[in-house]
Design a protein around this ligand. Structure first.
Ligand code: SF4
Ligand code: SF4
Length: 108
């Protein structure tokens, strides 16, 4: 992702997206090199946390206030690989209505 494009998207969204990315239990953290984070166009939207079940590994988390539902984390891979999105199928794109039913209404 170009630095210039990332720089455009470093503030909270003003409108709700149609889809939200949610990381599921299959996330491995990609051994410390999470490709999803490099493909997300929104600065700081995806970030790593310690895996509570295996603290030597990380998991990725999506900030719901920053996700724009663009699908890039599930469709894009590094330019020099044949990967398309998460190799572990660990990212669920959930319709906003379903997301809000499960996690609560978004505050904007
Ligand atoms: S690409 Fe998939 S498995 Fe790798 S860190 Fe991202 S969500 Fe986790
Ligand atoms: S859907 Fe887009 S904004 Fe949301 S986490 Fe994936 S790449 Fe980032």
């Amino acid at each position: 992702m170009a630095v210039a494009e990332k720089a455009k998207r470093n503030v909270q969204r003003k409108r709700k997206p149609k889809l939200m990315a949610v990381i599921n239990e299959a996330c491995t953290g990609c051994s410390g090199a999470p490709i999803c984070i490099t493909e997300c166009p929104v600065d700081l939207c995806m970030y790593e946390v310690k895996n509570p079940h295996a603290p030597v590994f990380n998991l990725v988390v999506v900030d719901p206030l920053l996700c724009i539902g663009c699908n890039k984390c599930v469709t894009k891979g590094p330019m020099d690989t044949l990967l398309e999105g998460c190799p572990w199928d660990a990212i669920d794109m959930i319709p906003l209505e379903e997301y809000e039913e499960k996690y609560g209404v978004m505050p904007y």
